[in-house]
Write a protein that binds this ligand. Structure first.
Ligand code: ADP
Length: 455
């Protein structure tokens, strides 16, 4: 500032001296006055340019000016640039923040002090049926019409959450949402929504499961305690006592079967996946399964001998990689079901064969009653039975196919069910190629290729 002032004085003096040289004192005063007026007008002109620039459009390049005004402009430009950078950085942070909220699996809605929607992410829009643009500044209670939510919204404090029906619910599929309000800022509220359908389903399944198990255990227990009371109070003939004890033994075995199946299920759910190092020969597994099936068939027959035709075919020896214990239970569940549901003169055919895509299939085909198509998708649900009394009579627990499906999932395979009412059923276990090893046979193993057939 000071050098400029000196410069100005210097030029004033130069002009004064030149005026004095030209017309003495009057000339000096006129020249100094002219210089001063010129300087003032120049400054006014520059000031006006800056004022125009500031007033109209600071985004455009500022006017190029010299002197003090030029300095001022530079400084202003630097301040404006800094502010622009700061605004850009704040905007970027805001965008990042909004993108993060958009990416959230939970719904987020910002409400103003009147309860109007200021902003919401896509998840909230999907959960609650909002339109992210059209519904801005709409009152949330006008859009979320569930009475449970309305009551919750009108409460003074919102400590807990409420469960309401989601907008995408339909008659066949109910979506459950957990909704919670949190106060923030100056009387503003944050509404968070979370899809809890899976949790609600799991909870419903747990409740059903406990109810089913209790029911399944209570029935044989009631029968058993009835018999015990009879035996305690009545003086029965020896043959009646034997009959009663036989019936009690049947009920006790039923409970035992149920408890065993429940333990198997919980072990399957709780244990790590079967290792790729455990292997076993299929012929050995099938030998044991065949013996068990024959025993069951004889036990079920009225004549006390094998009347069903049981066929076991395995054209070639295989090694399976996985848990022998689990696969044995899957295989015998299918064979035993076929034996149990097929009439005395029926046929059960069990075949191991390789599919064209190299997977290995074990199929059990029977000539039993078959299953109506509407039951097929539900057969692997726990305790689902087509014919409840028939399943119970033949010692079923309703858990066999659930266990089988689980075992197959744990081995990367699948359970396939085909059936035609009145004609019979075919249950197949399909193992991935990675779990099968072909065993090349020499002449001493030839007996493995023989088709086992017994009737
Ligand atoms: P269960 O112990 O009752 O047999 P499962 O889970 O093994 O239970 O089978 C579920 C239901 O599927 C059975 O109750 C039965 O109604 C039906 N089912 C299973 N296998 C056969 C079959 N081979 N033929 C006809 N129905 C079958």
């Amino acid at each position: 500032m000071f050098p400029r002032f000196i410069g100005l004085l210097f030029w004033l003096m130069v002009m004064g001296v030149m005026g004095f040289w030209y017309a003495r004192t009057l000339g000096a005063l006129a020249a100094a006055l002219a210089f001063a007026l010129f300087t003032i007008f120049k400054d006014l002109w520059r000031g006006q340019k800056i004022s125009n620039w500031l007033r109209h459009n600071t985004v455009q390049e500022p006017p190029v000016l010299g002197g003090l005004w030029g300095d001022l402009i530079d400084r202003l430009r630097r301040i404006l640039n800094d502010q622009k950078k700061q605004t850009e950085s704040h905007q970027k942070r805001l965008q990042d923040f909004l993108s993060a909220i958009q990416a959230s699996p939970n719904g987020v809605v910002l409400l103003d002090p009147e309860g109007r929607i200021e902003w919401c992410n896509q998840t909230a829009a999907h959960h609650l049926g909002f339109d992210t643009k059209r519904d801005v500044m709409q009152h949330v209670v006008h859009l979320v019409r569930d009475p449970v939510f309305k009551k919750y919204y009108l409460q003074e404090t919102h400590d807990g959450e409420v469960i309401i029906e989601g907008r995408s619910s339909s008659l066949s599929y109910s979506v459950k949402l957990s909704v919670q309000l949190h106060a923030y800022g100056e009387n503003r509220q944050l509404l968070l929504s979370r899809d809890v359908t899976a949790l609600a389903q799991a909870e419903a399944m747990r409740r059903d499961f406990v109810a089913n198990v209790s029911h399944e255990i209570r029935t044989p227990l009631t029968v058993l305690s009835g018999f015990i009371e009879t035996l305690q109070t009545l003086d029965l003939k020896p043959e009646d006592r034997v009959k009663f004890l036989d019936l009690m033994s049947t009920q006790a075995s039923r409970m035992q079967g149920l408890v065993n199946d429940l333990l198997t299920l919980s072990q399957l759910e709780g244990s790590p996946l079967p290792l790729m190092t455990e292997q076993f020969m299929l012929s050995e597994l099938m030998g044991a399964a065949e013996a068990e099936a024959k025993g069951l068939s004889v036990a079920n027959s009225v004549e006390g001998r094998l009347t069903q035709t049981l066929r076991f075919e395995m054209s070639q020896e295989w090694r399976l990689i996985g848990s022998r214990h689990e696969i044995y239970s899957a295989v015998t569940n299918l064979i035993n079901n076929a034996v149990r549901y097929t009439p005395q003169d029926g046929t059960v055919t069990c075949i191991w064969a390789q599919l064209p895509d190299q997977r290995l299939q074990f199929s059990v085909q029977d000539t039993g009653p078959g299953i109506a198509p509407e039951h097929l998708p539900r057969l692997t649900e726990r305790f689902y039975r087509v014919d409840r009394s028939r399943s119970r009579e033949s010692g079923g627990t309703g858990l066999g196919l659930a266990i089988t499906k689980h075992v197959m999932q744990r081995h990367g395979g699948e359970l396939r069910i085909e059936s035609e009412l009145g004609k019979g059923s075919k249950f197949s276990l399909i193992f991935p190629e990675s779990r099968t090893l072909e065993v090349l046979q020499n002449s001493s193993d030839i007996h493995l290729e023989v088709t086992h057939s017994s009737s």
